[in-house]
Design a protein around this ligand. Structure first.
Ligand code: HEM
Length: 154
């Protein structure tokens, strides 16, 4: 199966996050990957507190699928942050992985600046694991989030 067919769908589940400057937290996430036959994947993500009501982070963007397993990402966030990243796609045994490292993180004048982001989306069977590292708030690049999501019934 192609990267488009493998990731296509809606995934949901639970995640947790931390950073040296904030209190650790847990959240609920819905993440969808949508392909329409062109060489990109539309990504939409929404999170909520575990009370199932209060909205947390969300983001929308596009994964551009290039020749030779290369990927590019452009991703917009309501916090005023835009991530522009390069990535690589790999398949190994029973898993498929998209890994990204930012080449530029742009912030609007009022946004909290972010210096670098790393993203990993790993699909194994019908489980999608997302990990996110960042450099922000004068900290070195380090872990902020991990979520474990399961594909929703079509
Ligand atoms: C699943 C997605 C995410 C969730 C649930 C989440 C949640 C949180 C929470 C609860 C906080 C602490 C309270 C607050 O400042 O609002 C926080 C802080 C922060 N997050 Fe995230 N976040 C997510 C993704 C991201 C992403 C993608 C970025 C950057 C590209 C980011 C950058 C930050 C920054 C810069 C802070 C502030 C740290 C500080 O002020 O010291 N977060 N996040």
């Amino acid at each position: 199966m192609s990267i488009f067919e493998l990731f296509q769908g809606v995934f949901s589940g639970k995640g947790s996050g931390q950073y040296p400057t904030i209190e650790p937290f847990e959240y609920l996430e819905t993440l969808s990957f949508i392909s329409d036959g062109r060489p990109f994947i539309r990504l939409e993500q929404k999170t909520k507190k575990t009370d199932r009501v209060t909205p947390l982070h969300q983001e929308v963007g596009y994964i551009r699928v290039l020749e030779g397993s290369e990927l590019e990402l452009v991703l917009v966030q309501p916090t005023g942050v835009v991530e522009v990243a390069k990535g690589i796609y790999s398949e190994e045994d029973a898993s498929a992985t998209m890994e990204f490292r930012s080449i530029q993180v742009i912030a609007t004048p009022s946004a909290k600046p972010v210096a670098e982001t790393l993203r990993t989306y790993r699909l194994a069977s019908e489980t999608l694991t997302f990990e996110f590292h960042m450099a922000a708030a004068q900290q070195e690049t380090q872990f902020h989030l991990r979520s474990d999501l399961v594909r929703e019934e079509a």
